[in-house]
Design a protein around this ligand. Structure first.
Ligand SMILES: Nc1ncnc2c1ncn2[C@@H]1O[C@H](COP(=O)(O)OP(=O)(O)O)[C@@H](O)[C@H]1O
Ligand SMILES: [Mg+2]
Length: 587
């Protein structure tokens, strides 16, 4: 019931005019048969009284007028329906997107959330409007039911009761099966997503190479086919039972109606009125049609409500992380590169029992470069994600210029941060957009775009592109140019530099760069030294050694810390790792 109110409220807000129009025309439509009946009666009487046909000209005109009005109403109704349907669908689809925008990263790392999203997406387009029009239809069915039943009750309440009873059982039976289908759909949402995932693997350029070379496609298709077949079998099993049950329950309904007719016949016999009998039978037929419309309408509404629940479940989802963010503004961070302090930060990913980071304390000094080194899975990227406020520390705090980052407004805070993630995005967009996504408001600032590109060593790439910085990258859209992995990485670096933020974080930014490009990039970043506090993650000691300070992370703990030369002479883990890599070059 609550869902009805919410849908109706939203439908109303979306298109008041359309709602009024549809309700108005539906009501008039419902009156049309009555008007025609009355008109017929009047005409017949007029014909009996008339002497010349010319006196009767007005009647065909009236019939014509009624027919024309009916035509206009139908057309208007169609228009309003189409307009409202689209607007309601747009409203709900946008609500889905807006909701997704509110969710936190841990939500998107939770399969349950994806299942809910998948179920909600299925309903957003059609369901809300269907529920609205079903409600209108049910109410209009209710109105005719009340009017015809009134007549029947005045004749014989028992007959009226029996006739009303006849469609109830089929409705319950139907509800049972609708609920079953709804359950099945909910239970299979994860499997359906798995199928969609396979489909995406087969219909996308990036996975193409692997899926074809490993010969995976026929296997995926077979898996997908099996899944569809299994869904079909389950659905058809339910549909078969539903058809059978609907015939049986329909028989019961017919039997009840037959009993009603029997009572009607005996009633008519008692008052020996054949006209009454004819009226009975036609009234019974009319009531059962109206009752089916009304009670059956409720069944349909039940179905819509059930499935709308899936939509609202997602829209009502509370993000796992609701960032408490103070309203401290840019004042805290403005005025040059800040000091960043991690104070005893411990962090455990949701549903994980081992912390990815334990009691991590470190200070990043203004304008300096700190390098994080450590094996895969040591916790380096976790430090970046915590700094970016994608997660909240389980214990401890992170301070920027002595202010807890939780006290700073999230938007303002994120503006101070330029992060080149390990898994950065290759936007299928122009080079300009790829770079300016780092700071949208400077999109049209050509000089700035080109300067960022040059700092990321993209000058030679631009020279080769057909439309310079306005060339489309990637292969999804027309005239797109594909870049190499290392070139894409430089584009992502340009995006980070373009942001002009006082904190720059580079998470393995040089993994796909050749040695020459890497050196050039780092010289460049180091020359911007005073402009930002920098955090660098890399496995290449040639770059790591240039950092002002190096932190060695192992299993989520800080185990060594110092400059390259101090760490090498200390002869610990760092010295060992360095020697190992150096050995590879000297052997
Ligand atoms: N989103 C996540 N959810 C749960 N565990 C994660 C997640 N991301 C990383 N981990 C785990 O946290 C640990 C540290 O990962 P990470 O910080 O990415 O390591 P790296 O030092 O290679 O960057 C690893 O054991 C990894 O399995
Ligand atoms: Mg990492």
């Amino acid at each position: 019931m609550r869902n009805w109110v919410r849908v109706l409220g939203l439908v109303w807000v979306t298109g008041r005019g359309g709602v009024v129009g549809i309700v108005f025309t539906t009501a008039l439509d419902a009156l049309m048969p009555a008007v025609q009946v009355v008109l017929l009666g009047v005409t017949v009487n007029a014909v009996l009284r008339a002497e010349r046909p010319s006196e009767l000209v007005v009647y065909p005109l009236l019939f014509g007028l009624v027919a024309c009005l009916s035509l206009v109403f139908t057309a208007l109704q169609g228009y309003w329906q189409a307009s409202l349907e689209q607007r309601v669908s747009n409203t709900f689809n946008l609500k889905l997107v807006e909701k997704s925008a509110q969710l936190s990263l841990p939500d998107f790392e939770n399969p349950r959330v994806y299942n809910m999203l998948q179920l909600a997406t299925r309903e957003a387009t059609g369901r809300p409007f269907q529920m609205f029009s079903q409600l209108v239809a049910t109410i209009s069915g209710g109105i005719s039911l009340v009017s015809v039943t009134g007549i029947l009750i005045s004749w014989n309440p028992l007959v009226a009761f029996l006739v009303l009873l006849s469609p109830i059982l089929p409705v319950f039976v139907n509800q049972f099966f609708v609920k079953r289908l709804w359950q099945v759909e909910r239970e299979r949402s994860e499997e359906r997503r798995r199928g969609e995932y396979l489909l995406a693997l087969m219909t996308n350029d990036k996975p193409y190479k692997e899926t074809r070379l490993f010969g995976l496609v026929p296997h995926f298709i077979q898996t997908y086919r099996t899944m569809l077949g299994r869904f079909y079998d389950v659905d058809m099993d339910i549909e078969r039972k539903r058809s059978l049950a609907s015939v049986v329950s329909g028989f019961v309904g017919v039997a009840v109606t037959a009993i009603a007719i029997f009572f009607a016949i005996s009633d008519a016999l008692a008052v020996s009125d054949v006209g009454r009998l004819a009226a009975y039978v036609s009234a019974i037929a009319a009531v059962s049609v109206a009752a089916q419309m009304f009670i059956g309408g409720f069944g349909q509404l039940f179905e819509h409500t059930l499935f709308l629940g899936n939509l609202f479940d997602f829209l009502d989802l509370r993000p796992v992380l609701e960032f408490e963010s103070g309203d401290k503004g840019a004042r805290v961070i403005s005025g040059g590169p800040p000091t960043i302090v991690f104070e005893n930060v411990t962090f455990c990913y949701p549903d994980q029992d081992r912390p990815a980071l334990s009691s991590f304390s470190a200070t990043f000094h203004p304008g300096k470069t700190v390098a994080l080194v450590g094996a895969n899975g040591a916790g380096k990227s976790t430090i970046v994600k915590l700094l970016a406020r994608l997660y909240e520390p389980t214990e401890g705090r992170i301070l920027i210029n002595d202010t807890d980052i939780r006290e700073i407004k999230l938007d303002t805070y994120r503006k101070q941060l330029a992060v080149l993630f390990q898994d950065f995005i290759q936007y299928e967009a122009s080079l300009r957009q790829n770079i300016a996504y780092g700071r949208l408001e400077a999109m049209e600032d050509n000089e700035r775009v080109i300067s960022a590109a040059q700092r990321a060593k993209l000058a030679d790439v631009i020279d080769e592109l057909p439309y310079g910085i306005d060339s489309q990258l990637g292969k999804w859209f027309s005239e797109g140019r594909q870049l190499s992995g290392g070139q894409w990485q430089r584009v992502a670096l340009a995006r980070a530099l373009f942001r002009g933020a006082p904190i720059i974080v580079l998470d393995e930014p040089t993994a796909s760069l050749d040695a020459q490009a890497e050196e050039a990039v780092f010289e460049q970043i180091n020359s911007e030294e005073s402009a930002a506090t920098k955090l660098l993650i890399s496995h290449r000691f040639s770059t790591v050694r240039t950092a002002d300070e190096i932190l060695v992370i192992s299993d989520g703990e800080l185990i060594e810390q110092g400059t390259h030369s101090s760490l090498v002479s200390a002869g610990g883990v760092y010295a060992h790792m360095y020697a190992l890599q150096a050995k590879g070059y000297t052997d």
